[in-house]
Write a protein that binds this ligand. Structure first.
Ligand code: 1HE
Length: 259
């Protein structure tokens, strides 16, 4: 039986977990209950899942933080609220399986912060990206200050927050928000296709890509080379890696081909 969460729907399709933000009346705005549900869901993902897709119900992926909960918090409560988002989105980024975000409509504020912690982003032509925090008199608090510059650079993020600039889907793909751009209405299908492909990888390879690569990228080069070598040694020692290499050498595995 799959666990149940309020405003968050989980379905298993073979080895792919499909996770849907399900608050369409509020444009999937993320309130405290939903951020905690995200944390719990990723902590308790069924072990049969080898990849996940996250998408939003209705016309938008996610309108960000639920602004109706942004009451008079003092500085300490604001700090703890942001740390709660960090803890939840940490479970998404460094959870058990790679996560592919299927983006459409608004991908804004905390919704963009959620998208930014997924390993792959697929956007359709209706997607648009913004950080309205700047206009609301607040700051990002869901890890966006760390993750978004790694996608698009500090200068673009600063511009978005200072001026309220909105990126459309095409410009957003060029800027680095999404790795794939598809026609309107096709983001979920493409994300699911990618997730099925990712689910076939050796689990240790997926683990290395999720947990080692982003950390290696943050290390000084001499430490990064050593971490890479340790990860490479572990990955290649797995029986599954040996089987896959043997299959190629014996002509039983696909070659690399152009699209
Ligand atoms: C909301 C929210 C929300 C919609 N919190 N209730 N995020 C923002 O500043 C984005 C604010 N939202 C919007 O700009 C628009 O709603 C959208 C572009 C996303 C969608 O527009 P639209 O015309 O489809 O919907 P709508 O009519 O604006 O909204 C429908 C309902 O959802 C309406 O409630 P209703 O009771 O009047 O029907 C809206 O109030 C409600 N709604 N967005 C609460 N965000 C960890 S820190 C992160 C900090 C942030 O994310 S700040 C950025 C917040």
């Amino acid at each position: 039986m799959t666990p149940k969460y309020r405003d968050l729907d989980l379905q298993l399709d073979g080895s792919v977990a499909l996770i849907r933000l399900a608050r369409p009346d509020k444009r999937n705005a993320i309130n405290d209950a939903l951020v905690l549900a995200l944390r719990d869901l990723f902590q308790q993902l069924p072990s049969s899942a080898r990849a996940a897709v996250i998408c939003g119900e209705g016309a938008h992926f996610c309108a960000g933080l639920d602004l109706s909960e942004l009451q008079e918090r003092d500085a300490g409560q604001g700090l703890m609220h942001s740390r709660m988002w960090h803890a939840a989105l940490e479970q998404v980024q460094y959870g058990p399986v790679p996560v592919i975000a299927a983006l459409h409509g608004a991908v804004v504020g905390g919704g963009l912060e959620l998208a930014a912690c997924c390993q792959i982003r697929v956007a359709d032509e209706s997607a648009f990206y913004a950080l309205p925090e700047g206009s609301r008199g607040i700051f990002v608090g869901g890890g966006g200050a760390v993750r978004i510059p790694r996608l698009i650079g500090v200068a673009r993020m600063t511009d978005m927050m200072l001026t309220g600039r909105v990126y459309n889907a095409q410009d957003g793909e060029r800027a680095g928000f999404a790795q794939y751009l598809v026609p309107a209405g096709q983001a979920l299908a493409k994300a699911t296709e990618i997730a099925r492909r990712v689910a076939e990888n050796a689990p240790l390879t997926n683990y290395a890509l999720m947990h080692a690569l982003p950390r290696i990228a943050e290390q000084p080069a001499d430490q990064g080379f050593l971490t890479e070598a340790l990860m490479a040694g572990i990955a290649q020692s797995a029986p599954e890696a040996k089987d896959r290499v043997r299959a190629f050498l014996e002509g039983r595995a696909a070659k690399v081909t152009k699209e």
